[in-house]
Design a binder for this molecule. Structure first.
Ligand code: ADP
Ligand code: G6P
Length: 353
């Protein structure tokens, strides 16, 4: 059976290097849609898929054509297109978008092998996350909305150290070496995808502390493309103007080094964009409502929804800074994209009937 247009899945692409906060972002996103996502029940325990009432998130590592041994033998990394099956990725994303179920392979991150496939049913919102959602033009054209998480080398390094040294017992040298080894392929195949993203969340070291090298305080920029269907960039105070704003003072508690916002138009890879930037971190999350109340076009359904989401997930990494704040806004934007696509589909069907 073929689905009516308004019921067809809306397809979202999320690109980033591994260890750059994709799963954290996905948890914020599925929460905006009203339910936590969990692995498929009764399937392969090493499945990379997450399913909630509305949303299915698949990991594009599942389209690795070479397993770990194969990559070693051929001396290619997982980032290399030659280690990935883009024909199958395209066919399957297209099938889902047409409302058909698929038999998707599973890349087992524990064993490094390609496991027997799992059945994926078409959801309302289908998210493809991983290294290459915007690499292949055919797959890219299927995306209704796309996001790139752009973590600068300094910050990536700080996060990797935190995770791989503290939690996985790796040495500083081995972390440095593994980042350096990935870098050429990252620059060649992953990084260029950001030109195609509707929103880029760029994470940089703070400019509020001179010569900061701790990577704890972050300067986060949300780069929003103009002219994207169903998507209106958020703005601060006055749409189209250029604003620098320090909200600290009577209504917002800020300890050193404070908080600074920036908003304004720019160009990014020859595209017209609007940038919203936050440098620094929040001391008291509940005071976020003060900042939220000065933003417009944030796609909330009620006053304070961003603050509520941030408070709900205060324990997620990045909740006290621009990473969590902008990820939450992008989550609300994706909800709006979804709702306007389905509403248009419904009115088209009504016209036809
Ligand atoms: P991915 O799914 O891309 O591999 P995760 O969401 O699992 O990434 O995040 C990997 C690690 O990076 C986390 O355990 C955390 O240490 C760090 N991290 C991710 N996002 C943030 C953030 N916004 N602020 C600080 N650290 C973060
Ligand atoms: C990337 C990919 C993974 C891969 C990992 C290490 O993070 O997303 O799929 O497992 O690189 O690759 P390796 O070849 O060392 O297993």
């Amino acid at each position: 059976t073929v689905m009516a247009a308004e019921q067809r899945p809306v397809v979202i692409g999320l690109a980033a290097d591994s260890g750059c906060g994709k799963s954290t972002f996905m948890r914020r996103l599925t929460s905006v849609f009203g339910g936590a996502a969990t692995p498929p029940k009764g399937g392969n325990p090493d499945s990379n898929t997450l399913i909630s009432d509305t949303t299915t998130v698949i990991c594009l590592d599942d389209y690795h054509s070479l397993d770990r041994t194969g990559r070693k033998e051929k001396n290619v990394t997982a980032l290399d297109p030659r280690a990935n099956n883009f024909d199958l990725m395209y066919e399957q994303v297209k099938a889902i978008k047409e409302g058909k179920s698929i038999e998707k392979p599973i890349y087992n991150h524990v064993t490094g092998l390609i496991d027997p496939p799992e059945t994926i049913l078409p959801p309302k919102i289908f998210v493809i996350e991983g290294l290459h959602p915007m690499f292949d033009a055919r797959v890219r054209d299927l995306l209704d909305f796309s996001i790139y998480l752009d973590i600068s080398d300094e910050v990536k390094f700080a996060w990797k150290i935190q995770r791989d040294m503290a939690e996985r017992g790796h040495s500083l040298e081995s972390i440095k070496a593994s980042i350096a080894a990935r870098k050429p392929d990252f620059d060649a195949y992953i990084d260029p995808q950001k030109q195609y993203a509707d929103v880029v969340i760029q994470v940089l070291p703070t400019q509020l502390i001179p010569d900061d090298n701790e990577g704890k305080v972050l300067r986060v920029r949300m780069i929003m493309k103009e002219g994207v269907p169903n998507f209106k960039p958020a703005y601060l105070f006055d749409e189209g103007s250029t604003i620098s704003w320090v909200p600290c003072g009577r209504k917002l508690t800020c300890s050193y080094p404070g908080i600074k916002f920036f908003y304004g138009p720019d160009t990014y890879y020859d595209n017209e964009v609007t940038i919203m930037e936050m440098d620094g971190q929040f001391d008291k999350l509940e005071e976020l409502i003060y900042v939220e109340s000065h933003l417009s076009n944030i796609s909330t359904k009620f006053y304070g929804e961003i603050t509520q989401q941030m408070l709900k997930h205060a324990d997620f990494p990045g909740s006290n800074n621009g990473t969590g704040f902008f990820q939450t806004i992008v989550g609300l934007k994706i909800r709006e994209v979804y709702e306007s696509i389905t509403a248009k589909g419904a009115s088209l069907e009504a016209v036809k009937a």
